[in-house]
Design a binder for this molecule. Structure first.
Ligand code: HEC
Length: 123
């Protein structure tokens, strides 16, 4: 190989290296659904322990007090193959879930007052 050829190869390789890294890191991001968890204290514990089998969406769509969340975890442990978390980890996860996805007082909005309702043409 002539020196000129070597130089061209070297330049090509050097220029394409950053591309390799960009491609590798964007592939690594694919399929990770953590964007919807509220990023308050302890969210990484939930990301790391609770999104292996299902999306975090199933978590953020749910709500409940500590007993409700504890019963969900116990249900997954007894029937879905979730392993023991240990008291400390489970406690931190429950803290996170109850403070960010706690019991809702009402899950339905009130009905609109009649004068704000849309009219129905054929009635
Ligand atoms: C070993 C697998 C596994 C892991 C790990 C796991 N889950 Fe689940 N979870 C499931 C399965 C399976 C379902 C049922 C999915 C469905 O209905 O489509 C489920 C359902 C749920 C539901 C919905 C329950 C309902 O009443 O509809 C919630 C909430 C939930 N998981 C929270 C969590 C939390 C919080 C963690 C972390 C502590 C976790 N999951 C970790 C397997 C798992």
């Amino acid at each position: 190989m002539t020196n000129r050829m070597k130089l061209i190869w070297l330049t090509l390789i050097t220029l394409s290296l950053p591309l390799l890294f960009i491609t590798a890191s964007s592939t690594a991001q694919e399929g990770v659904t953590v964007g919807d968890l509220v990023q308050e204290e302890g969210w990484q514990l939930v990301r790391d322990n609770c999104t292996e089998c299902h999306s975090s969406l199933i978590i953020v769509q749910n709500s409940g007090n500590r007993e409700v969340w504890k019963s969900r975890i116990e249900w997954m442990q007894s029937s879905q193959g979730l392993g023991e978390l240990g008291p400390e980890l489970e406690g931190s996860i429950l803290d996170y879930l109850t403070s960010n996805y706690g019991q809702k007082t009402a899950s339905r909005r009130h009905a609109l007052p009649t004068h704000l309702m849309p009219t129905t043409p054929n009635l």
